[in-house]
Design a binder for this molecule. Sequence first.
Ligand code: ADP
Ligand code: MG
Length: 156
Amino acid sequence: MAIIPKVNHPFYTVALIKSRALKRANGINIIAKIVESGFDIVRMRTKPLCPTEIEAFYKEHVGRPYYDSLVESVSGGIIAMILEIRDPTLDPIKAWREAIGATDASKAAEGTFRNLFGGYRFYPNAPLSDNAVHGSGSWTEARFEASLLFGMPNVK
Ligand code: ADP
Ligand code: MG
């Protein structure tokens, strides 16, 4: 049976490599694994985020008890990427979320990015915010994040 490509699904997602993973020099390994996992990095930039950008990026989390820890996790500069997926039948947002694993890196499935690169692997009592990477949770989120980080138009 022929595979009929989905034409109506999101065509990219937004990934970040968070500051602490960069400080651990995991950046290059993460980038290599992204490519090996079937994603194309179509845009990439290193970027220090100012407080206003962080607040916009994580607006749903402002005021939560872990917010300061979350801010710290992206304050030392990040690598931001727009990822497409090579298999046109797959939704890049779902595929990247699956590839990164659960928010709590210590509980993320074996072999996922957070499982392999989360802070818990490298030092005791790593905060939950130190989970190495970010992935957009929805197409609305991806478009917003791409407009914030890359100035891409936020259109459906
Ligand atoms: P995800 O990144 O998996 O989409 P969320 O959107 O819920 O997770 O949270 C955004 C980020 O905030 C997480 O990746 C993590 O860095 C941080 N975070 C979420 N919940 C907590 C928590 N309870 N304690 C510390 N940091 C948290
Ligand atoms: Mg999220």
